[in-house]
Every structure is written in C-alpha cells, then in structure tokens.
Design a protein around this ligand. Structure first.
Ligand SMILES: [Zn+2]
Length: 138
C-alpha cells in the first residue's frame, strides 16, 4: 500500500466519522519520500502515540519495504518505546491537525522516521508534538 502524503485517506475509511477530512501520512513503499531531521522529542512522542493510541488494528503485519543496507528489516518490525518492545505494522495512528483534519499513518511511520530518516508533513509533526490524537472510533 502506497499513498502519497496528504492525499485523501480511504484504506479503512468507514472507521472515520462522517464529515471528518482524513488524509494519508507515511504510507511508504520505497525510499522515494521526504527526508530530514524531525524536531527534538518527535520520535518519542510518536512512539508513545503508537503504544497508547493505535487504531484500526489489523490481522497480520505490514512489512518494511524500504532499503536496509546491512540486513533485511525485522518482520514484524519492532521499535523500543519507553523501554518496551513495540510491534509495528498492524495498526494506525491518527492525529488531528490544527485545521481539524485527521492525519492517518500506519504505526510503521515510527520505524520510517527513526530508521530511514523520513520527515512527515509539517501538520503531522505539529499534531504529534501537541499530542492531539483523534478520538477512538470504537
Ligand atoms: Zn525499514
């Protein structure tokens, strides 16, 4: 699944409340993505979001399709968050941008940022740092 950043989110659209604009962030399938340094505290805030506010949990895990130089990516992909091992790729994180739009990313976005230098769009970075996670659908 590859969706360009800030295109309309359709993957599990039924889980988004009516009237809410939901946009994709971080649905990467190759290394052709924006790269750069994220602000201090962003990776930690994103990790906590993945740990505490994952939505739309799936069966099975999405793997990392980006390039790993030395050895292939672990499957499923894991990340350490607050000293705990967290499994990524089976759920989404959803944050609310300043304008009210929802920004929906796979939990793998944490791996993309931490390991591949992916730089998500500014509204996503801002919303994660502000801790504005979307209300749970269920
Ligand atoms: Zn990877």
């Amino acid at each position: 699944m590859k969706y360009a950043d800030l295109t309309p989110y359709t993957y599990t659209y039924g889980t988004v409340p009516e009237g809410v604009v939901a946009l994709n962030v971080g649905w990467l399938e190759d290394d052709d993505c924006r790269k750069g340094e994220t602000p201090a505290g962003f990776v930690e805030a994103l990790g906590r979001l993945c740990r505490q506010h994952a939505h739309a949990r799936m069966r099975g895990y999405q793997s990392c399709a980006l390039k790993h130089e030395d050895e292939p990516a672990d499957y499923p992909v894991t990340a350490e968050v607050d000293g705990e091992q967290l499994t990524l790729g089976d759920a989404e994180v959803r944050v609310v941008a300043e304008n009210g739009d929802w920004l929906v990313a796979p939990t793998l976005v944490l791996h993309y940022v931490a390991e591949h230098g992916y730089l998500p769009p500014e509204p996503f970075v801002e919303a994660v740092l502000a801790g504005r996670h979307a209300p749970s659908a269920s």
